[in-house]
Design a protein around this ligand. Sequence first.
Ligand SMILES: [Zn+2]
Length: 368
Amino acid sequence: MANRRDFFKTVAAATAGFVVSGRGVADAGARAVQAAPRRREVTVAGRRVKVIDVHCHCVVQEVADVVKGTSLASNAGGGAGRGGGGGNVLGPERLRLMDQQGLDIQALSINGYWWYAADRDLARRIVQVQNEGLAKWVAAHPDRFVAFASVALQHPDLAAEQLEDAVKKLGLRGASIGGHVNGEDLSLPKYDPFWAKAAELGVLVFMHPGGADNIVREGALRGRGELGNIIGNPLETTYFLSRLIFDGTLDRHPGLRICAGHAGGYLPSYLGRTEAACQVRPNANCANKKHPSEYFKRELLIDTMIFSEEGLRHLVAEMGVSQIVYGTDIPFNWPVGVDLVLNASFLNNADKEAILGGNLIKLLRITS
Ligand SMILES: [Zn+2]
């Protein structure tokens, strides 16, 4: 039978994230709606450390007006149809979630890359509205957010211009890109103007996959298990990184820093085969100047979305602490949290601080 303590627990759970205190439960519940959320403050060895989330989604709803009446209209609406529910729309709920999870800063990106199908003029307008929308939200919450720019990668010279404007005029910290452009590999020379600009500006590029549509036979990942997400996303990321390595893109633009979502897909977890390819496969025709693993020590970074301590241990062993940054995939509810890093027995305190936020403070030039 429920006792009084259980009752209080239930009330606390129902108002999770809020400070419930004071003179009785009845009005505490009502007041909790306005009460300040309880913010988790992450510490390492008693010292407060900053937690920065490289992998989090959002939408800028104003873009719906830009694409109204075009074939892209259905892609732009608030994010509800693209998974994550209304959680992609930035508002008080996002801050509550961040406070609950101990996230000090999110580096926002707009995912889906549906605007890669737009012609030059429309793409220019879409990206402008999205980047200005991101900048506006960041300006309203300068201590809690930074953002990656959208770019129209299907027009590489325009994408380079958009990135420069976003960084220099709007204060955005890098670019967010998909794993391909309408099926085309991003290691093709035509995309070099974009890579060159990212390298010149010295900004981080965050790559997010979209189900490996560029690789798999149509419908191949349908059915149980939502394999388009579960397998397609890490597969697309693995392919994207492999192309950049073997086609020499990373050698052509040595200043690049690219962060791949979802722990870099399968590649850093199975690096040995890739490492051997240029030696043992006569047809590999490798254009890379360094061993593949060397790019994972410098140019390439990944987020922490690996879900197990053993997985994280392996990634640290392959890449080093400096190449791993914290990511949540908010608003999607994957079982991630700062405790994976905080409880990792193989990390020292400095390692934990670097992975949770220190690496991104440098890469994203965060000063707040
Ligand atoms: Zn994601």
